[in-house]
Design a protein around this ligand. Structure first.
Ligand SMILES: [Zn+2]
Length: 252
């Protein structure tokens, strides 16, 4: 049966067969309508693609902000510890001065006790400060890394947005061209054939004008009745698939 060339949707092949003129014109219109719809879909998707990029940028900004705040918090903590240490050192000096002036042994001992307490406090604070400084180093390094990653990624996303804008402009040009081609095809078809085509195109998924092969509709791929099959083979006009309602034609 099949020559091996059959089954393709290539216009060259399809239009190479002997089709009635009206049908060829409707098929040309269908091709152009399909192209137009495809361009419209692509244009419709662009704002979504742009907002995906914008969301990524916002996410990067908030990640970076988080890393920056971590560093700031640690710096505040460090300053706090430094002034606590300074205050304790003042205490320490005061106690030491007092100790030089006391005469009684028990007063001297009491001050020694105070001094030891303050020294322990300072040592704890200094240990905490060292930990903060280590954390600070780590977080600063992290921030620097994030900052350069951020710049790279933001530039990438911004470039994508720019490209999407250019794509939109080109697609709109293509759409205008496709619309003009659709109009041209419509003007070359008669109302008699446009009406049923438009009616089907409004409710069914394209293509709505499809070939019949091996008694199967090229749209829904279901078997049509033998009555429909013979009418299509006889090249009748306006014969529709009894399953999906698409307009059927015979290619051979
Ligand atoms: Zn069908």
């Amino acid at each position: 049966m099949g020559s091996g060339l059959d089954g393709g949707n290539k216009p060259g092949h399809r239009f190479g067969t002997m089709l009635p003129e009206w049908l060829e014109k409707i098929l040309i219109l269908q091709d152009r309508d399909t192209r137009k719809a495809r361009i419209e879909t692509q244009i419709r998707h662009i704002p979504k693609e742009v907002s995906v990029c914008e969301e990524k940028i916002a996410q990067l900004e908030s990640n970076l902000e988080l890393a920056r705040r971590l560093v700031q918090d640690l710096e505040v903590k460090r300053k706090g510890l430094e002034s606590e240490i300074a205050a304790e050192e003042n205490h320490l000096n005061r106690y030491r001065n007092q100790q030089l002036q006391v005469k009684k042994n028990d007063e001297y001992k009491a001050l020694t006790h105070e001094i030891e307490g303050v020294e322990a406090k300072i040592s704890n604070l200094e240990e905490a400060e060292i930990q903060v400084l280590l954390d600070l180093d780590e977080e600063k390094e992290n921030l620097e890394k994030k900052d350069s990653e951020f710049k790279e990624e933001v530039a990438y996303q911004q470039n994508l947005i720019k490209k999407l804008g250019e794509r939109e402009i080109n697609l709109k040009k293509d759409l205008a061209e496709a619309e003009a081609e659709v109009e041209k095809a419509r003007s070359e078809s008669s109302e008699k054939y446009l009406k049923p085509y438009d009616r089907l195109a409004k409710t069914l998924k394209p293509p709505v004008v499809v070939p019949l092969r091996n008694q199967k509709c090229g749209g829904c791929h279901l078997k049509v009745s033998s009555g429909v099959d013979s009418e299509v083979r006889a090249k009748g006009e306006n014969i529709t698939c009894d399953n999906c309602g698409r307009l059927l034609y015979w290619e051979a």
